[in-house]
Write a protein that binds this ligand. Structure first.
Ligand SMILES: [Fe+2]
Length: 447
């Protein structure tokens, strides 16, 4: 929760900026300069681009916009403008070499911390509750997630290590398959969360009929059942666009999976290992998630359903910040912050459960929803239209909940992510849903 006293806000800002930079330094310091400037996939930027881009955005928003300083290196601005240069062409640009990119990031950060020391966080909307600082901490952490995706795409020996998540609790195997989310109105989005981004605003009432939602994300074991049942070869389960994509892309299993012996292995940050059956499935695109859901006799939840399951508290009628309540994420509630480099087994984190008993809605894997990425009623772009507004429409599907690679500063019950329905390199899985009431009066139970 964002504090109100100036001193506490300065602490919060500095802490989040430092945490982000430590992660950035680990992700860019664990590979050599050759790996930093190389493009590991046309889907991603060279890591050295992310590094200088993070610094450039920090300079633009905090030193120039908030601090009123002159540009440090105006000639490099266009190189690091994500809208001027798509990822595929970034390796051809005259980017700052690694040592210069690091020096630039270090210089910007030093000046920003001086600015934080003197800031009073009043006067303009950007300064109120330290929003611009929170936005920049989130931006760097979002790029840390992007850089972690690049690490996963990178070929070569492992350079990142982290302890595995704890074993799941004793009740993980006896949880009900699904939970009932009551029908009726609830408050979606927020008008009060100080560091919420424009697409999460404003709070508005949405009526969601009762529905059932999987207690946990769909596991690798369950997903392997779909494969074993010929799910990838049966067009009945696929939408026309999904089937078309499945054919053209030659999809037969999640990205990074390979058959070995009688089972499946995967590569994860440079290590090849058995696919863990109890872990949430990951690296499937929206079309695969949707096909699985249809095969299972179910469907993907809408974005409103997901948020209601994650935030609505039937006891008070209020929408909370997180499934467990209003307190910030902690290590015993959700798998966030790159503490582990994989999702935790399904059924983990009982202390992070929602009021209905759903687990792992926040953390572990992003969850594809059925919904297109659209503005909420009353949306206004702020502080710049390129954050969300230019992406609204039918081209992108929303994802919710954050993944193990997401930092708590960029994760909320209201936080919205989006991507193309063909994307698989992101840390995305899904869970399924079904209507609780028959769609046609008198038609009986829906399954
Ligand atoms: Fe960015």
């Amino acid at each position: 929760m964002t504090p109100t006293s100036t001193e506490a806000l300065r602490d919060l800002v500095a802490r989040n900026l430092v945490t982000a930079r430590e992660r950035t330094e680990l992700l860019t310091g664990s590979v050599d300069d050759g790996d930093l400037v190389r493009q590991h996939s046309p889907l991603m930027s060279p890591l050295v681009w992310d590094l200088a881009h993070v610094a450039n955005q920090e300079e633009l928003w905090l030193l120039r916009e908030v601090g009123g300083r002159e540009p440090m290196h105006p000639e490099i601005d266009p190189l690091y403008d994500a809208f001027e240069h798509p990822r595929a062409e970034r390796p051809t640009l005259p980017l700052l070499p690694p040592a210069e990119a690091r020096a630039y990031a270090h210089e910007v950060r030093g000046r920003v911390l001086d600015l934080v020391d003197a800031a009073t966080f009043t006067g303009t909307r950007l300064l109120t509750s330290a929003f611009a600082f929170g936005m920049i901490a989130q931006h760097e952490q979002q790029h840390d997630e992007t850089m972690l995706i690049t690490h996963q795409l990178r070929k070569g020996p492992a350079v990142l290590t982290a302890p595995p998540p704890a074993a799941p609790p004793a009740d993980a195997l006896s949880l009900p398959r699904e939970v009932l989310i009551p029908g009726g109105p609830f408050t979606m989005g927020t008008s009060t969360e100080p560091w919420a981004l424009d697409n999460e605003r404003p709070a508005h009432t949405v009526t969601v009929p009762a529905f059932y939602l999987d207690t946990t994300p769909v596991t690798n074991a369950a997903y392997a059942g779909f494969i074993a049942d010929g799910g990838y070869d049966d067009r009945r389960w696929w939408s026309p666009a999904g089937w078309d994509h499945r054919q053209r892309a030659g999809l037969t299993a999640p990205m990074y999976w390979r058959r070995e012996g009688g089972g499946w292995v995967r590569t994860r940050f440079g290590v090849t290992e058995q696919v863990p059956p109890a872990e949430p499935a990951m690296h499937v695109c929206w079309y695969e998630a949707q096909a699985y859901a249809v095969w299972a006799g179910r469907r993907l939840p809408t974005e409103a359903e997901w948020e209601k399951a994650a935030r609505y508290d039937p006891a008070t009628g209020r929408s909370r910040r997180f499934p467990w309540g209003d307190e910030d994420p902690a290590p015993d509630r959700a798998n966030l912050g790159q503490r582990h480099l994989q999702p935790a087994p399904a059924g983990s984190y009982p202390r992070g459960a929602s009021p209905a008993g759903a687990r792992q809605l926040v953390g572990d894997v992003w969850e594809w929803t059925a919904s297109d990425f659209l503005p909420y009623p009353g949306f206004t772009a702020w502080p710049y239209p390129e954050y969300s507004e230019v992406f609204f429409g039918g081209a992108y599907k929303t994802l919710r909940g954050g993944a193990f690679g997401v930092d708590p500063v960029a994760c909320r019950g209201t936080f919205r992510n989006w991507d193309y329905p063909i994307r698989r390199q992101i840390f995305a899985g899904f869970r399924t849903a079904r209507d609780a009431e028959p769609a046609v009066p008198g038609a009986g139970a829906s399954r």
